[in-house]
Design a binder for this molecule. Structure first.
Ligand code: AMP
Ligand code: ZN
Length: 470
């Protein structure tokens, strides 16, 4: 089944056909984090969604070049740098490091290119110069440069490709210098912002005087540098469709005269306990907050991956507890298959089971993740039954495992690393074995309780006692 995605540009689900004539290479750009704080789980929903798109493309055999920028200069950052009385690099560096740590904890594949905005100022200046040359940008009295929507439309270009715009409601001539995407009005936007006192030492030289780039131009410059003037896929959260992405299209197509992106995909927002996530409501979580509460990165990833990307998702802590249970079911089944499969080998090609086909068809259908998880849990149930009935041979188990590994190359939940029991725990387990041998069952039971209190369960298997973290 051909891969199909919802394209915001056409407002429909379309077959995915890459620009590459060989049908192999795919360029994927997702707007990255603004590194002025730790990314919250809403941001993570979007980045995990981008990871799912990339993994699905790779699963389907495409050779993906995944680019995600780091926005390390914009209004909010400058304000925080000023408040923290530090330098831009020192300030953003700490959150950038935290971002990559979290990305790993959530099992996301590292994008191939992660450009920093501050390292692409020359590319941004080039783009702005081109827009001025083409007459769709103008310099204001203070040295700022603005994009003129009117001139751009006058050239026969469309402003409002992703969203329907009502031009009568546009406040003509009102320019907005703010980068805050939820506050920008439907009007000309800044490409270059002339230096002001509050910017402190955050400025660069330009043909129009000292200043800094506007947020939108950063993404146009970095995406086109890494992927070319026209590329396949551009992703982001739904809040970015307007004006950020609309402005990216206008700047890029205004400068190159060529189509910018073939497929635009937008992920819906994450709510927390039924409400918009906000610091004042106390329902604002970073990944770190959740790890500190004892949840794991893979549990968070699992939960974020349970909802379809175009549906608003309500995040709850109970949901995370449910994620723990669901993952334990998968882990147990896969663990048993590993034990059995270790005695056999999977004949080549045997992994292409019905399970794999069902999973793959679900994802191809605009990432129908609910149907994909249903395939996983039906497979777990069926496999458990066959294991209980001893209806699986070692070769069957190895083949089932090969299918699971393919499926997990998309889901990315991995297997729970067999927690290595610390020495003290192992010593207790050995003491219990000795007590049992000596028929001191009272002592053996007491040790079992002691282990339980320390968070370990002991299971007697034909291969001897096995420790399990609970
Ligand atoms: P930012 O760091 O603010 O530039 O945002 C990074 C990404 O997170 C963008 O793609 C946003 O659209 C996305 N985002 C922000 N808030 C949420 C949310 N509550 N749910 C899902 N995505 C979000
Ligand atoms: Zn962007």
């Amino acid at each position: 089944m051909a891969l199909r995605f919802h394209n915001t540009l056409t407002r429909s689900v379309q077959d995915f056909v890459p620009l590459d004539p060989a049908g192999k290479k795919v360029g994927l750009y997702c707007c990255g984090p603004t590194v002025y704080d730790f990314a919250h789980i809403g941001n993570w929903r979007t980045f995990v969604f981008a990871d799912l798109v990339r993994r699905t493309l790779e699963f389907s055999g495409y050779d993906v070049r995944h680019v995600m920028n780091i926005t390390d200069v914009e209004d909010k950052i400058i304000k925080r740098v000023r408040e923290a009385k530090t330098t831009l690099r020192d300030f953003t560096g700490q959150y950038e490091t935290a971002f990559f740590d979290d990305l790993k904890a959530l099992g996301c594949r590292l994008p191939h290119v992660t450009p920093r905005a501050t390292e692409h100022i020359p590319e941004m200046l080039d783009l702005i110069a081109k827009l001025l040359e083409r007459g769709v940008a103008y310099k204001a009295a203070d040295g700022s440069v603005y994009f003129s929507i009117e001139k751009y439309r006058g050239c026969g270009c469309t402003y409002g490709q992703l969203v329907k715009l009502n031009y009568d409601e546009m406040r003509a001539g009102r320019r907005v210098t703010s980068d805050e995407y939820d506050k920008e009005s439907l009007a000309d936007f800044a490409l270059w912002k002339a230096r002001v006192l509050e910017d402190g030492e955050v400025f660069w030289a330009s043909p129009w005087g000292e200043g800094r780039p506007g947020w939108h131009i950063e993404c146009s410059a970095m995406s086109m540098k890494a992927l070319g003037r026209t590329f396949d896929l551009h992703l982001g959260g739904e809040d970015l469709a307007f004006p950020h992405h609309e402005d990216e299209i206008a700047q890029s197509e205004g400068a190159t005269g060529q189509p910018f992106v073939k497929y635009w995909m937008h992920g819906a927002h994450l709510m927390v306990e039924g409400k918009k996530m906000s610091k004042s409501l106390g329902n604002f979580f970073t990944l770190r907050d959740l790890l500190a509460k004892g949840y794991s990165g893979r549990e968070v990833r699992y939960l974020l991956l349970t909802a379809h990307y175009r549906e608003t998702f309500n995040f709850t802590l109970e949901g995370l507890t449910g994620a723990k249970t669901a993952l334990a079911r998968i882990d147990e089944c896969v663990g048993k298959l590993r034990e059995l499969g270790a005695q056999g080998s999977s004949p080549p090609g045997s992994a292409s089971s019905d399970f794999l086909a069902r999973f793959s068809n679900a994802l191809s259908d605009d990432l129908n993740i609910s149907a994909a998880w249903a395939a996983v849990f039906d497979w777990v149930r069926d496999t458990n039954k066959r294991l209980a009935d001893t209806a699986l041979t070692a070769a069957d188990a190895a083949s089932a495992l090969a299918a699971w590994e393919k499926v997990d190359s998309v889901l990315g939940i991995g297997s729970k690393a067999e927690a290595e029991a610390p020495g003290e725990i192992q010593a207790l387990a050995e003491e219990r074995t000795a007590a049992k041998k000596a028929k001191d069952f009272k002592r053996a039971d007491a040790i079992r309780e002691e282990l339980k209190a320390k968070g370990w369960a002991i299971e007697d298997t034909p291969k001897g006692p096995k420790l399990k973290k609970v």
